[in-house]
Design a protein around this ligand. Structure first.
Ligand code: C2E
Ligand code: MG
Ligand code: MG
Length: 460
C-alpha cells in the first residue's frame, strides 16, 4: 500500500496515478474507520465520535447515551454454519439496527458480535427505552433468512449515559458493555446444530400455530366413564412429522420459550373447553401441565393469573399438573404461587408422583388435590408384589388426606384390575386411549370403557 501513495506523489501530473492514489487513500481510511464486513463505523471511528460528543455535551450541558448491543450465540452460529454465513448474519443485523439510527446517531461494530450506538438526542428515560425496545423487537422477533435458512438472533443490551456513568470514552464503553442485560430471556443452552435448528423451528411453530394440545382421557375406574383429560402438547410440523414434548419442552425451558409455549397451551385448551361447553357436550375437567420453571417466572403473575381473572373459565374445569421439581426448587415461592391459583378455585395435581424425593411429605406441605402415580410404578405392578404394596399404600395415604389418585400409563387389564382393587380413582393409559386430537376426544367424551377385562382381584 505504501508504494502506491508515494507513487502518486512522485508521479506529478499523471492524472490516473493521482486517481489511483486517492482511491487507495480512501481505502486505507475506510479500513481504519469502517468495518469491512458490515460497512458500519469501526471501533476507532466510534471512539472519536464519542470523544467529540463528550466535548459537545460538556459545552451544551446535554447528556448522551452509549448503547452496547451484544449478540448471543454468534460464535455458535459461526462454527455451526461457517464464517461466510456468520458474515451474512452480521450484515443483516447491521441493516436491522441501522433502520433505527437517526441522523444525529452513530452505529459501529466494535467486536465480532458487538455493536455500539451513540445516541446524542436520546438519553435514559422514555425516549431511550422506546428506541431500544423497538430496536430489539425488530432484531429478535422475526427470523433472519440467510441462504434459505432461518435464524433467530438474541441480544443483550447495556447503556451508559454521559456524564453520570462515565466521563471518558473508555469509561462509557466499559460501563455499557459491563451492564449487559438480556431482555426477557434466560441463559441459553444450545449444544449442537440439531438443537439449534429445533429451537429456530420452535419459534416458527409458535407463530405458525404448529403446537396443538391433544387430550388423553382419564377414566373413572369404577364406572368406566371419562371423567377428565390431560392435555398433552403435540408439535405437528408441516412435513407431517411430530416432535415429542419430552424433546421440545426441555428445549423451551432452556431457551426462554416456555412462557410463550405455555400461553399457547392455555389459550388453546380454554378455546377447546369453551367450544365443547357451547356445543352442549359433556365437558370434563382438563389438566394442564405447568413446567417448574414457570413458578419462578414473570409468566405466572403476568400471564396466568390475569388469564384466570379475565373470567369465563369455570375453575372446576381446569386442573394444573406440576412435578415435584417445582416444589423442590423454591418451595416458598411455589407454595405462594399455588395458593393464588387455588384461591381462585382451580386445583392442583402432583405429576409423576413417587419419582422424586420425599414425596409423601409434600402432600401435606403443599395444596395438592390429586396425585398421579407415575407410570414406572404401574408398569411392573402385575408381577411385583412389592410394587403392589407401594402403590396400594400410596393410594391409601392419599385418600386419608382427601387426595384423589390417578394412575398413569395403564397398558394392561392386569394392571387395571389391581388398581381397581386398590381403590384407585382414575386411570389414564393406552389401555383406554392415547392422547387424542381435540376432534377425536370430543367424540370419545361419552364413551364408557369396559372395565371388566378381567375380574377385579381381592383386596391386598
Ligand atoms: P406427563 O405429564 O407425565 O404425561 C404423561 C406421558 O405419558 C405422556 O407422554 C403420555 O402420552 C404418556 N402416556 C400416557 N399413557 C401411556 C401409556 O399407557 N403408556 C406409555 N408408554 N405412555 C403413556 P407425552 O405426551 O410424550 O408427554 C411427555 C411429557 O411432556 C409429559 O409427561 C409432560 O411432562 C410434558 N408435557 C406434555 N405437554 C405439556 C405441556 O403442555 N406443558 C408442559 N410444561 N409440559 C408438557
Ligand atoms: Mg402430566
Ligand atoms: Mg406424568
Amino acid at each position: 500500500m505504501k508504494p502506491l501513495i508515494s507513487g502518486a506523489t512522485q508521479s506529478g501530473l499523471d492524472p490516473s496515478a493521482v486517481d489511483r492514489a486517492v482511491h487507495a487513500e480512501e481505502r486505507l481510511l475506510q479500513a481504519a474507520y469502517l468495518d469491512p464486513v458490515t460497512n458500519l463505523y469501526s471501533r476507532r471511528l466510534i471512539s472519536a465520535i464519542i470523544e467529540e460528543q463528550i466535548v459537545r455535551a460538556r459545552r451544551d450541558a446535554r447528556p448522551f447515551a452509549v448503547v452496547d448491543i451484544d449478540l448471543e450465540r454468534f460464535r455458535l452460529i459461526n462454527t455451526t454454519f461457517g464464517a461466510n454465513f456468520g458474515d451474512s448474519v452480521l450484515r443483516e443485523v447491521a441493516a436491522r439496527l441501522s433502520r433505527h439510527i437517526g441522523d444525529a446517531d452513530s452505529i459501529a461494530r466494535v467486536a465480532a458480535d458487538e455493536f455500539l450506538l451513540v445516541l446524542p438526542g436520546r438519553v435514559r428515560g422514555i425516549a431511550l427505552d422506546r428506541v431500544l425496545s423497538v430496536l430489539l423487537q425488530d432484531l429478535t422477533k422475526h427470523p433472519l433468512t440467510i441462504d434459505g435458512q432461518e435464524i433467530f438472533v438474541s441480544a443483550r443490551v447495556g447503556v451508559a449515559v454521559f456524564p453520570e456513568d462515565g466521563g471518558t470514552v473508555a469509561d462509557l464503553i466499559a460501563r455499557a458493555s459491563r451492564d449487559l442485560v438480556r431482555p426477557g430471556g434466560r441463559e441459553r443452552v444450545v449444544e449442537d446444530r440439531e438443537l439449534f435448528q429445533l429451537e429456530t423451528g420452535l419459534h416458527r411453530a409458535l407463530t405458525d400455530g404448529e403446537l396443538h394440545p391433544f387430550y388423553q382421557p382419564q377414566v373413572d375406574l369404577h364406572s368406566g366413564r371419562v371423567m377428565a383429560a390431560e392435555s398433552l402438547l403435540r408439535w405437528l410440523r408441516p412435513d407431517q412429522t411430530m416432535i415429542s414434548p419430552a424433546v421440545f419442552i426441555p428445549l423451551a425451558e432452556t431457551t426462554g420459550l416456555i412462557g410463550p409455549v405455555s400461553t399457547r397451551v392455555m389459550e388453546r385448551v380454554l378455546l377447546d373447553l369453551d367450544r365443547w361447553i357451547q356445543q352442549g357436550l359433556r365437558a370434563v375437567p382438563l389438566a394442564i401441565n405447568l413446567s417448574a420453571r414457570l413458578f419462578s417466572d414473570t409468566w405466572f403473575d403476568q400471564t396466568l393469573l390475569p388469564l384466570l381473572d379475565a373470567g369465563g373459565i369455570p375453575p372446576s374445569h381446569i386442573k394444573f399438573e406440576l412435578t415435584e421439581t417445582a416444589l423442590l426448587e423454591d418451595a416458598d415461592r411455589t407454595r405462594q404461587a399455588m395458593k393464588k391459583v387455588r384461591d381462585r378455585g382451580f386445583s392442583f395435581a402432583l405429576d409423576d408422583f413417587g419419582t422424586g424425593y420425599s414425596s409423601l411429605s409434600h402432600l401435606h406441605r403443599f395444596p395438592i388435590d390429586e396425585i398421579k402415580i407415575d407410570k414406572s410404578f404401574i408398569t411392573g405392578i402385575a408381577d411385583n408384589p412389592r410394587e403392589q404394596k407401594i402403590v396400594a399404600s400410596m393410594i391409601n395415604l392419599a385418600h386419608a388426606l382427601d387426595i384423589t389418585v390417578v394412575a398413569e400409563g395403564i397398558e394392561t387389564s392386569e394392571q387395571l384390575s389391581l388398581l381397581r382393587g386398590f381403590g384407585c380413582d382414575l386411570g389414564q393409559g393406552f389401555l383406554f386411549d392415547p392422547a387424542l386430537s381435540a376432534g377425536e376426544f370430543a367424540i370419545r367424551l361419552d364413551a364408557v370403557h369396559n372395565l371388566s377385562f378381567s375380574p377385579p382381584p381381592d383386596q391386598p
